[in-house]
Design a protein around this ligand. Structure first.
Ligand SMILES: Nc1nc2c(c(=O)[nH]1)N[C@H]1C(S)=C(S)[C@@H](COP(=O)(O)OP(=O)(O)OC[C@H]3O[C@@H](n4cnc5c(=O)[nH]c(N)nc54)[C@H](O)[C@@H]3O)O[C@H]1N2
Ligand SMILES: Nc1nc2c(c(=O)[nH]1)N[C@H]1C(S)=C(S)[C@@H](COP(=O)(O)OP(=O)(O)OC[C@H]3O[C@@H](n4cnc5c(=O)[nH]c(N)nc54)[C@H](O)[C@@H]3O)O[C@H]1N2
Ligand SMILES: [Mo]
Length: 770
C-alpha cells in the first residue's frame, strides 16, 4: 500500500545526520534508556521492573541471547535491554476500542513504529471474513475457529507454525508437539532467517550446532575475532565481556565493513572509569572488509598459517590435535595452499599488510575465539564461510580448550532454546524417536517448511493455516510484497502477540490476534505461580519469572498453545494438554525425558543460575559429526561480482530498534537522527556514482528473475563504510531482498548481500509503509 497516512510518522522521511560516534554505552546510554523507560512505564514501574532484569529471582531480559555475567551476584544493565523491557512493560494499551476506531485498511498505512507505540494488546480479536475491523472475540470462540480451520485441512502439511525466538522453552516444546501430533514438521522459525548457516556449518564440522565457549573463555582468550557483528547495539553486554578480555591482556580484531562504535571504545556505565574518561579501547586491529569478503579473509589467514608452519615446522599447527581429532586435513591443505592473492584482495578489499598483521596476532595467541553474527550468516556463501572459520580454529587446536572456540552470537533471547526444544523443520531421527517413545506415537519423518519454504507454499496455495508464535513474519521475511501476498492466500492466520504489528494487518480470509504475556508479566495458573525457562547463546538454561500484574484477559504462551492443541487435535488426543497448561513442571518433566541434557530439569533449573547443557566438543574434545571427528572442509573461494555502477547493500538494525520493533527514530552511534530512510555509502562511491550527498534516491535491486524491486526515497548519507558497499535499515529495505536469494545449504535469506543501483527519487508519496 503506497502513500503516507496522515499523522503516521513523517519524521521518518527527514533524517538528520551528524558525525558517527567512536564509543558506545556511556552514561549517556543509561540516561537515554531511563528516559525511554519512564515514558512507557512511569518512574516507579521503571525502577521496579528494570531492577528485576537478569536477577536470579527475576525475569530474563527479552533483549538479546548474550549470557549474563555471573547471574547470581550482579545486576547487569544495558540501554537496549532497558528499551526492550520498556517496550514490553509499557502502560499503553491497545484495547477493542482501538480496533473499533481503526479499520485494518487504515492501519496498513501506519508504520510499524506507530503500531508498536500504541501499546500492549489486551483482548483476543477476530477479523472475520470480509470484515473491515477486528472485533473482540472470546478465547473459547477463538479456539473453536482454530479447531474448525484445522478440521477443514486436507493434510496436516497445510498448516504452518512459525516461532520467533522470544518464546520460552515450555511453550516451544508444546508447540512442536502439537505440530507433530497433527502430523507435520512445518515449524519454521526466525532462526531460519538468522543463524541457520551457523547450525548447518557447525553440525557438519564439529557435530554440535552451537557455540563452544563460555564467558570465562571470552575473558581469558588471547585473541577474540569479532566478525560481522555490531555488539554496541545488538549485544551491549558483550562489550563488558570484551573489556575483561582486554583487562586480562587479550586482544580483539574486528572485521566489518562499518566501523561500529561499540567495537571501537566502550565506556562501562557500571564502572567509574566508564563514567568519566575515555573508557576502554576494544579493537586492536580493525579490518574494514568488503561485504561478503570473509571467506576470502579466512582462506588467506589459513594460507598464511600454513606458510608460517613451513618456515618454522612444528611450531604453528597443532599436529597432534589434527591427527587425533580431525579428518580431511590433507585435502583441505592442498586447496588452501592454492589460495589466489588477487582473489583475496578483490574479495576483501583489504591491503595484504593488514591480513598479514592479523595473521601475526593469531600466531602470537595461544587461544583464539571467533565470534560472529548476521554479517556472516546472511550471505549466499555463509555456510562455506563459517566452515572456513572452523578450519582456521582447528589448525591450531582452538576448539575444546580454555579461551578458545566458536562463538556464534545468537539474536533473540531464546532462539537457541526453541531449537533445542524441537522447533525445527528437519529434526534428527534421535529426536523423533525420543518424542515418539515419550508420547506413544510416530512423528512424521518428512521434512517441513522453513521460513522461505513456508512463504513459497502459502504463495502456491499449499498452506491454509499460518500460526505465528510471536514475531512479525510479514515484516521479518524477505521480498515483502511476495510474503504479504502469500499470507493473504491463507484461510486463517493466527498471531500470538504482545503488541500490534504488520502481521496483524496482512491476513488470511479470517484472522485472530491472541494477546499473550511477556517476560516481565506475572504468570499464575490454578496450580499457582509459574515460571518459564530459556537458554542463552552459550547453552545455559535458567528460569525467568515476571512480576508485573498483567491485563486480565491475557493468557500465557503455554496456555494458548495447549488450548490450540486441544482444539486442533480434539478431545481424544491423550496428551494431557490441560495439565501442561496448568503446571509447567509437568511439561518440564516430559522435556527431560525427550531432550538430552535436561535430566532432573525441574530441580536443576531452580538453582540460582540454572545449568549448562552438555557440549561434546567443548567438554571432551569429542566431535559427534557424521565421521565421528572434527571435519576439515574445502570451501571454494568466492569473489562477489558487483557490476559497474552498482553497490552491495546490507540490511541491518539501527540503535533504536529490535528487529521489526522500532523504539525510536535515532541511530545515535551512527549519527542518524529523526529518520530511518537512509542509505550509508562511502564518500568515494558517492562521487563515483555521481549522486549528491544528502539528496534522496530510490534503491533498486536487480535479480536474475528479471523482476526489479524498488524502495523509494532514501537519503544518501556519506559514511566511512568499505568501498562498493552500502547499508540501509530493515524492514524498510527488506523489499529489495528477493525470496530466492538465499544461502546455499541453509536457505537463509541473503539480507546482507543485495546488488542495488540508485535511481532518481520517486518522492515521499511513493514510500511503501512498513
Ligand atoms: N537492540 C537490539 N538488539 C538485538 C536485535 C535488535 O534488533 N536490536 N536483534 C537481535 C537479533 S534477532 C539478532 S540476530 C542479533 C543481530 O545482531 P547483528 O548481527 O549485530 O545485527 P545487524 O544489525 O544485522 O548487524 C550486522 C553487522 O554485520 C556487519 N556486516 C554486514 N555484512 C558483513 C560482511 O559481509 N562481513 C562482515 N565481517 N561484517 C558484515 C554489519 O556492518 C553490522 O555491523 O541481535 C539481537 N539483538
Ligand atoms: N532485511 C532484513 N530482514 C531481517 C533481518 C535482517 O538482518 N535484514 N534479520 C532477520 C532476523 S535475524 C530475525 S531473528 C527476524 C526477526 O523476526 P521476528 O522474530 O518474527 O520479528 P520481531 O520483530 O522480533 O517480532 C516482534 C513482535 O513479536 C511480538 N512479541 C514480542 N514479545 C513477545 C513475547 O514475549 N511473546 C510473543 N508471543 N510475542 C512477542 C510482538 O508482537 C512484536 O510485534 O527478522 C529477520 N529479518
Ligand atoms: Mo535474529
Amino acid at each position: 500500500m503506497a502513500g503516507r497516512a496522515p499523522g503516521s510518522d513523517p519524521a521518518q522521511d527527514a533524517p538528520r545526520i551528524t558525525e558517527p560516534s567512536h564509543h558506545a554505552v556511556g552514561v549517556h546510554a543509561v540516561t537515554t534508556a531511563m528516559r525511554l523507560a519512564q515514558r512507557q512505564m512511569g518512574v516507579l514501574r521503571s525502577a521496579r521492573t528494570l531492577l528485576r532484569v537478569n536477577q536470579p529471582d527475576g525475569f530474563d531480559c527479552p533483549g538479546c541471547a548474550w549470557p549474563e555475567e555471573d547471574r547470581v551476584h550482579r545486576a547487569e544493565f544495558c540501554e537496549n535491554g532497558a528499551k526492550a523491557v520498556a517496550e514490553e512493560a509499557t502502560r499503553r494499551r491497545v484495547t477493542p476500542a482501538f480496533f473499533a476506531a481503526h479499520a485494518v485498511a487504515d492501519l496498513l498505512g501506519r508504520s510499524g513504529y506507530w503500531l508498536g507505540q500504541q501499546g500492549r494488546l489486551t483482548h483476543p480479536m477476530l477479523l472475520d471474513e470480509g470484515a473491515t475491523h477486528y472485533v473482540p472475540v472470546s478465547w473459547e470462540r477463538a479456539y473453536e475457529i482454530i479447531g474448525e480451520e484445522f478440521a477443514a485441512l486436507d493434510s496436516p502439511d497445510e498448516a504452518v507454525f512459525y516461532t520467533s525466538g522470544r518464546t520460552p522453552n515450555e511453550p516451544a516444546f508444546a508447540l512442536q508437539l502439537l505440530a507433530r501430533r497433527l502430523g507435520t514438521n512445518n515449524l519454521p522459525d526466525c532462526a531460519n532467517m538468522c543463524h541457520e548457516a551457523t547450525g548447518d556449518a557447525l553440525v557438519e564440522t564439529l557435530g554440535v550446532g552451537k557455540g563452544s565457549v563460555s564467558l570465562e573463555d571470552i575473558h581469558h582468550a588471547d585473541l577474540v575475532i569479532v566478525a560481522g557483528q555490531n555488539p554496541g547495539t545488538n549485544h551491549p553486554r558483550m562489550m563488558a565481556a570484551l573489556e575483561q578480555t582486554k583487562g586480562n591482556g587479550g586482544r580483539v580484531i574486528s572485521v566489518n565493513p562499518l566501523p561500529e562504535a561499540g567495537l571501537e571504545r566502550f565506556k562501562n556505565p557500571q564502572r567509574p572509569r566508564g563514567v568519566v574518561g575515555e573508557g576502554t579501547k576494544l579493537t586492536d586491529l580493525f579490518l574494514q572488509i568488503r561485504t561478503g569478503g570473509d571467506l576470502a579473509l579466512f582462506r588467506a589467514l589459513n594460507q598464511l598459517l600454513l606458510r608460517a608452519e613451513d618456515e618454522a615446522p612444528g611450531t604453528v599447527l597443532d599436529r597432534s590435535f589434527i591427527a587425533e581429532h580431525t579428518l580431511g586435513f590433507e585435502d583441505w591443505e592442498q586447496d588452501a595452499r592454492a589460495t589466489d592473492r588477487d582473489d583475496v584482495l578483490a574479495a576483501t578489499g583489504l591491503p595484504m599488510e593488514q591480513i598479514e598483521a592479523a595473521a601475526r596476532m593469531v600466531l602470537e595467541s595461544k587461544s583464539v575465539i571467533v565470534c560472529w553474527a548476521l554479517g556472516l550468516t546472511q550471505h549466499k556463501h555463509s555456510v562455506p564461510t563459517l566452515r572456513e572459520i572452523v578450519n582456521f580454529l582447528l589448525l591450531r587446536g582452538n576448539v575444546g580448550r580454555p579461551g578458545a572456540g566458536v562463538c556464534p552470537v545468537r539474536g533473540h533471547s531464546n532462539v537457541q532454546g526453541d531449537r533445542t526444544m524441537g522447533i525445527y523443520e528437519r529434526p534428527t531421527e534421535a529426536f523423533h524417536r525420543a518424542l515418539g517413545e515419550e508420547f506413544g506415537f510416530t512423528s512424521p519423518r518428512h521434512h517441513g517448511y522453513d521460513s522461505v519454504g513456508a512463504i513459497k507454499a502459502m504463495r502456491d496455495g499449499k498452506v491454509k493455516v499460518f500460526v505465528g508464535m510471536g514475531g512479525n513474519f510479514a515484516a521479518a521475511a524477505p521480498d515483502t510484497p511476495v510474503t504479504e501476498e502469500a499470507l493473504r492466500r491463507c484461510s486463517l492466520t493466527v498471531q500470538i502477540s504482545t503488541k500490534p504489528n504488520r502481521s496483524h494487518l496482512v491476513t488470511g480470509r479470517r484472522a485472530l490476534i491472541l494477546p499473550t504475556l511477556g517476560r516481565s508479566d506475572e504468570d499464575r495458573t490454578q496450580a499457582g505461580p509459574q515460571f518459564v525457562t530459556v537458554e542463552d547463546s552459550m547453552g545455559r538454561v535458567h528460569a525467568s519469572r515476571g512480576r508485573l500484574k498483567p491485563e486480565p484477559m491475557l493468557r500465557s504462551e503455554t496456555s494458548i498453545v495447549c488450548a490450540m492443541a486441544r482444539a486442533a487435535l480434539g478431545p481424544d488426543d491423550d496428551v494431557p494438554w490441560e495439565e501442561f497448561a496448568a503446571d509447567y513442571d509437568r511439561l518440564r518433566g516430559r522435556i527431560e525425558r525427550v531432550v538430552p541434557g535436561f535430566e532432573d530439569f525441574n530441580a536443576r533449573v531452580r538453582r540460582p543460575g540454572g545449568f549448562v547443557l552438555p557440549h561434546a566438543p567443548r567438554d571432551a574434545r569429542s566431535f559427534p559429526t557424521h565421521t565421528g571427528k572434527a571435519n576439515f572442509t574445502v570451501n571454494d573461494m568466492v569473489v562477489l561480482d558487483v557490476p559497474e555502477g552498482r553497490l552491495l547493500l546490507q540490511t541491518l538494525r539501527s540503535h533504536d530498534q529490535y528487529n521489526t520493533t522500532i523504539y525510536g527514530l535515532d541511530d545515535r552511534y551512527r549519527g542518524v537522527h529523526d529518520g530511518r530512510r537512509v542509505v550509508l555509502v562511502s564518500p568515494a562511491d558517492i562521487t563515483a556514482l555521481g549522486v549528491t550527498e544528502g539528496s534522496f534516491v530510490d534503491l533498486v535491486s536487480e535479480w536474475p528473475d528479471g523482476r526489479e524491486r524498488r524502495a523509494a526515497h532514501f537519503k544518501v548519507v556519506p559514511y566511512p563504510t568499505a568501498r562498493g558497499c552500502a547499508a540501509a535499515y530493515m524492514p524498510e529495505a527488506t523489499v529489495l531482498v528477493p525470496l530466492d536469494h538465499t544461502s546455499d545449504i541453509s536457505n537463509t535469506p541473503a539480507y546482507k548481500s543485495v546488488v542495488i543501483r540508485f535511481e532518481p527519487d520517486s518522492g515521499p508519496d511513493a514510500v511503501v509503509v512498513i
